[in-house]
Design a protein around this ligand. Structure first.
Ligand code: BTN
Length: 259
């Protein structure tokens, strides 16, 4: 365990920096189930993940040493299980607030919590909640951000980008990490104080294609509509000609947009 000089109260004050690991989320999950409890805000970061995990059992690829791949332990016991999407909102908003300091326009949140720049993905968030019955015990917040990587596999080349590509210069990973910790702590303290509406407003202000007519696919069915918000459980609300419809994660896919 190493101590750090991040200017935060608790996020990142305990940090384990690994050269290589299967997945920082899995490592942190094993650590808390097998050893003495870690303090809230503890972070596992890795230069390379051999089996990085994404949403919906996808694999998370990141070139070793060039990107940020880390997991934070949080204990949002002040939220009910029904309120858990508010943590996704707080984390997404914190990442946006960090990135917008580098460039005002272009960064967004693609529902539920992909990190986008224009139409390309530059990062993602994988939150794994640990519930004890009806009590929200802890959350492992995994964040992957493409920072200094400039080459991507041909399959993702047209869909992925990185901060270095966007800004045209490399960033110091440790500095960026510290900035994320600071913004995350601010958003998390807002969450603790029950400021859900403020966080939701900020989330919606950054939401990809909000109020823009777009094409979606549900199973084999293509339809047009526009995202008008999310429910309190984090489901997507899409307004179509006929009605407002509500979708769960992976029930709907974005196809493209129409001006
Ligand atoms: C997604 O967009 O599908 C979520 C990607 C989350 C990737 C991060 S990298 C650090 C942490 N450890 C993992 O195995 N996954 C998350």
């Amino acid at each position: 365990m190493q101590s750090n000089k991040f200017s935060t109260l608790f996020i990142g004050q305990k940090l384990i920096h690994l050269t290589e690991v299967d997945s920082t989320n899995s490592f942190l999950k094993n650590l808390i189930s097998n050893s003495e409890p870690l303090p809230e805000g503890s972070v596992i970061m890795a230069d390379a993940q051999l089996a990085g995990r994404g949403q919906a059992n996808n694999v998370w690829h990141a070139e070793p040493g060039k990107n940020l791949t880390f997991s934070i332990l949080l204990k949002p016991t002040f939220l009910t299980v029904e309120q858990q999407f508010n943590l996704n909102i707080a984390v997404s908003v914190a990442i946006q607030n960090t990135l917008k300091k580098y460039k005002k326009e272009g960064f967004s949140i693609k529902w539920p919590n992909d990190i986008y720049y224009n139409d390309k993905k530059i990062g993602g968030i994988l939150i794994e909640n640990i519930l004890h019955g009806n009590i929200y015990k802890s959350a492992i917040v995994g964040i992957g951000l493409n920072v200094n990587q400039v080459k991507f596999n041909t399959e993702v080349e047209d869909k992925a980008s990185s901060i270095c590509r966007i800004l045209g210069e490399e960033l110091d990973l440790q500095t960026l990490l510290g900035q994320i910790f600071t913004e995350l702590e601010v958003a998390y303290l807002q969450l603790m104080q029950g400021k859900y509406q403020i966080l939701l407003q900020n989330y919606l202000a950054s939401l990809y294609k909000l109020n823009i007519i777009s094409t979606f696919r549900e199973n084999e069915n293509y339809f047009e509509g526009k995202i008008i918000g999310i429910t309190k459980f984090g489901q997507l609300i899409v307004s179509t000609n006929d009605e407002d419809r509500i979708f769960n994660f992976k029930q709907i896919e974005f196809i493209n947009s129409k001006k």
